[in-house]
Design a protein around this ligand. Structure first.
Ligand SMILES: *Cc1c(COP(=O)(O)O)cnc(C)c1O
Length: 459
């Protein structure tokens, strides 16, 4: 395959993609395939000789596509959708064509500067103050890990990187039970250890009990441990729990501790001023992660970390051997802000998406999702066999079968085998619940209400 073939096949791929998207509602959201069924149909080794693209393309269409879960299906209500608005898919095509590796300003001047500009647009759109600058990671997992390593290095005065944590007091981090597993992964990978992530109980609203946070920090200080930072949630993944940032950050700051806020899915909604009460006080945080690849239509991967003191994160993560040194004026090298050296050109899809739709259109979609989720929750509440277990937080709510876990789990199995909609499970206060998360870029009210119809038939 050469560049002329690529040109022809790209056109074919574009036509194929158009048809694929137009026909998504006719496909089950999740395929009914048994584990291993795809692998057994593929040869065990790579061909020695070139194969015609025609044949490879046909295999893609017939072997792979039917065995995919369709994330861009308008009735995908599982996890949180990873959206791909058409403008962002176009941006990815262009980024693929250039295929730049954007580790340093010098390896990608326009990409680096666009990253600063487009994340600056996002900062303003979200109502965050000017003292935040930002970078784009691949995932909230890496953003949170970067923040945790920065906390570790600040609390250990650089000892973690230099000598390891062996001779230090225990470094302690604090988060509620509602934070995402990426926080657990970060404390493990950063070498702090799971036991040093202190789980602060939540109150009746599922927000971290900030009095308990204060007591936990004091107890650790008394025990000779060293508090290193607090991680707060705005829109937990399971049921959408939101910590009350102003109060919790107040406690953290009274002990001089840095704060990282995980608003991976809910953060995009803050382009609508009426939802900002959910993260009231966020401007006092040191680090905030928001994934435009979840709710803003920007294709995966695009996770923005806003930072008030990037210099501290750069001190913790930057390593510049001689072969990476670049001469000349001071520039931003975004690989200094994160773990991987190599970086994709992610700013292009953020910039093109923001321009192609404008903030008004993006707000309109998010507002619709929130309104429809709440209308659907009302419909579910009227079903005699179902009950709402957590009310909507923005576009996420959970429900369960009144007869208990076995009935709830069986119902979810029937819903997903049916294929018209796709929902996922969680647990709340030890009980099985079914999550509904509305956020697919192109879903309509009818798509959302299809969940009620499926439930009427299957519950
Ligand atoms: C999705 C999600 C994450 C993980 O996001 P990745 O970008 O996939 O790493 C973390 N926290 C919350 C609250 C999420 O919703």
């Amino acid at each position: 395959m050469d560049h002329d073939d690529l040109r022809n096949w790209s056109k074919r791929a574009a036509d194929w993609a158009h048809g694929y998207h137009a026909g998504l509602r006719d496909r089950p959201v999740r395929p009914r395939v048994a584990p291993g069924s795809v692998a057994t149909r593929l040869p065990a080794q790579a061909p020695e000789d070139p194969e015609p693209i025609e044949r490879i393309f046909t295999d893609f269409e017939t072997l792979l596509v039917p065995a995919m879960t369709h994330w861009q299906h308008p009735r995908f209500f599982a996890y949180f959708p990873a959206n791909a608005a058409p403008a962002s898919m176009l941006a990815e095509q262009l980024a693929n064509a250039i295929a730049a590796q954007c580790m340093l300003w010098q390896t990608s001047p326009a990409a680096t500067e666009l990253e600063a500009v487009a994340t600056g647009w996002m900062r303003r759109a979200l109502g965050l103050p000017e003292r935040f600058s930002a970078t784009i990671h691949d995932s909230a997992t890496v953003a949170t890990l970067s923040a945790v390593i920065t906390m570790r290095e600040a609390a250990s005065a650089g000892q973690g990187n230099a000598n390891g944590l062996f001779s230090l007091p225990r470094l302690r981090l604090y988060a509620s039970e509602q934070t995402h597993s990426s926080v657990d992964k970060a404390v493990r990978v950063a070498g702090l250890g799971q036991a040093n992530l202190v789980r602060i109980p939540t109150d009746a609203t599922l927000a971290m009990a900030h009095g308990e946070l204060d007591s936990a920090i004091r107890a650790d200080l008394a025990a000779g441990h060293r508090p290193a930072g607090v991680i707060l949630a705005v829109g937990g993944t399971s049921v959408g729990a939101c910590d009350r940032l102003r109060a919790a950050i107040g406690v953290a700051k009274s002990h001089g501790l840095p704060v990282h806020v995980d608003a991976a899915w809910a953060g995009s909604a803050m382009i609508c001023p009426e939802f900002r009460a959910l993260w009231e006080g966020v401007e006092e945080a040191d680090s905030v992660v928001v994934n435009p690849h979840k709710w803003l239509g920007v294709q995966f991967d695009c996770s923005i970390q806003f930072l008030t003191n990037p210099a501290q994160q750069i001190r913790s993560l930057s390593l510049k051997p001689a072969y990476l040194a670049t001469a000349g004026a001071a520039t931003t090298d975004y690989s200094d802000w994160t773990l991987p050296l190599g970086r994709r050109f992610r700013a292009l899809k953020l910039w093109m998406t923001l321009r192609a739709y404008g903030l008004q259109e993006l707000r309109r979609r998010i507002r619709n999702h929130v309104a429809w989720a709440s209308q659907l929750a009302e419909a579910v509440a009227t079903h005699p066999r179902l009950l709402i277990t957590t009310p909507p937080v923005l576009s996420l709510f959970t429900f369960a079968h009144r007869e208990g876990d076995t009935a709830t789990d069986a119902l979810l199995g029937r819903i997903n085998d049916d294929g018209r909609v796709y929902l996922t499970p969680s647990r709340h206060f030890g009980k099985s619940v079914i999550r509904v998360q509305v956020g697919q870029f192109d879903c309509t009210r009818d798509d959302v209400m299809m969940v009620a119809r499926v439930l009427r038939e299957l519950a």
